[in-house]
Structure formats: structure tokens, C-alpha cells
Design a protein around this ligand. Sequence first.
Ligand code: BDR
Ligand code: CA
Length: 312
Amino acid sequence: RKKMILDLDTGVDDALAIAYALATPDADLIGIAASYGNTLVDTAAENSLKLLELLGATDVPVYRGFSHSSTTDGFETMEISMDIHGKNGIGDVELAAAARPVETTPAVDFMIESAHAYQDNLIIVPTGPLTNLAAAMQKDPEIIDLIGNITLMGGALTVPGNVTPYTEANINQDPEAADYVYKHAKHLVMVGLDVTMQTLLTKKETQEWRDLGTEKGRVFADIFDYYIEAYDRLDIDKRGAALHDPLAVGVAVDPKLVTLLPINMMVTHEDGRTIGDPERALDPVKTDFAAVEVDTADYLDRFMNYTNQILG
Ligand code: BDR
Ligand code: CA
């Protein structure tokens, strides 16, 4: 079985990435790294611990990552993020304090150790900024060839960004780190806005979770309803809210959910644009793959099956 590490800025849709990763039979979730973005790194770590506890996964460790990129303080877009994800990152839903602390090993070292231990069997799924992963690859370049698969939520190739017309939020946090990862990864799958904006969840589905009659069903419904209401209030999409981060988990274990375009990519440092890398455009060997189409019905079906299972 594949071993999976999530790197999250937990986050409403990051919370659902945890649920999907725990429920899928196709990989073991061996740890969660914490990042900044939707919220502060410490809040992200705490949210992950609390959600794991709620879902009965008290054996999955959580590691602290960087609190900002090397060029920003990480606060620039936090206000916008808090409008979408709530002041505490999880729709202002209050969860019981976690009984466990964050691990003392830093997230970067956990990634490095896991790459050596599991090699090709390791899948890393970042659904926040790429600061932690780039730092791990730079600290121990040997892991670049060891990590089997990096499937990330971020970027936009064929559609506009969601922070500016060119950049998506996760990439925008740390374009330089993203550029490093896109250019060096042995096998990178970009699950960007091209596909994630095609996967909307509505209050009809969150009602299904409520109807499970469990505490976790109600909590996840409350968290996601906040996000649906924010999408409506901020005019992002009136029909529902995007399941960005769990789609990256879904594609990580089963790439057949999407159509992959082989394209060696880079990220512009000035404006966080994910584009083809002219230096590697003619290289017949492709190391980057962009998801450009998604089987929405199949994904939503799997997503609801998994979440109903774990929330029930
Ligand atoms: C991405 O940014 C964050 O707000 C979400 O959690 C997702 O990872 C979407 O652009
Ligand atoms: Ca995220």
C-alpha cells in the first residue's frame, strides 16, 4: 500500500482532504505537515489534530512546518482567506482541544525521513503553499529522486487564477518554492483550478452528513456550510463550493479521475503563474502533468461514499 503525507493549511477543504485520505482504502495516511495560508501555521496544526481526533485517527502524527515564505510574512492574503474559511480556518466551528500535541520533529525532517523510508511508495499531497516541500528537497536533494509521486492542489493552466487573473492562492503564497518543486520533482501532478472548480458541493450533500445523525457528520456539515455561504456572499460561485483539496487526494490514489496533460512546468516568481517551462518544453521526458479535465460525477460519487463512511 502507498504511504501518504498531507501538507495542509487546514482550511475547510483541507479538512475534507483529511477525511478522504483516512477513508480511501488505497493509501495509508502516515502524517500531516502543517502550513500557513488559509490560517496561521499553528492554527492549521491544531485544526488537523482536532479533526483527526474527531475522526478517531489519533495515531496520525502532525508536524509543524514553516509559518511563511522566505519573501513574505504570510499575512498578506490572510484576511481574504479568513473571509472564506472563517477566523479559525474551519468555518468558525469550535472543536474540543486536541489531547495530543504537535510532534517535536519539524515537518521538513519528517518528509525527508519518510522519503528515505518509503521511496517510490511515498505520495506527498500538498494542498497549501509549497514552502515545506521545497525546503525538504533543498535540505536533502537525494529525496528528489526518491519521492514516488507529488500530487498537489494549486495553480491554474487553462483557467484564470483566484487571487489575480494569473495566480491561484496556494501558489501565490510562495511562487519561488513552487517554481523549485515544479522544476525538480521526479513526478508531479498539478490538480489546479482547471479541475477543482468543476467539483462543487452543495447544502444538499452537507444535509446528507447531518442526516447521518453523528457528531462528526454535524461538525463537517457546519464547517462546509460556512464555506458554501462564503462562496455565495463573495460571489465566487452561487451554485456551491469547490472541493479543491480532497480532489488532490483522490487523484493521488487514482489519477484516472482526471485527464492529465504531460507538460513540464515552471512558476513565475513575480506573479505566481503556472506555465510551461520554455527550457524543458522540447524535452521528450515529461516530469510534470497538469490535470485539465475531471470526471465530476465519478469524483463526487466517490467523495460522498468516503465521507458518508467516515462521518457515519
Ligand atoms: C486553495 O487555496 C486554499 O484556500 C484552499 O484550501 C485550496 O487549497 C484553492 O485555491
Ligand atoms: Ca488548502
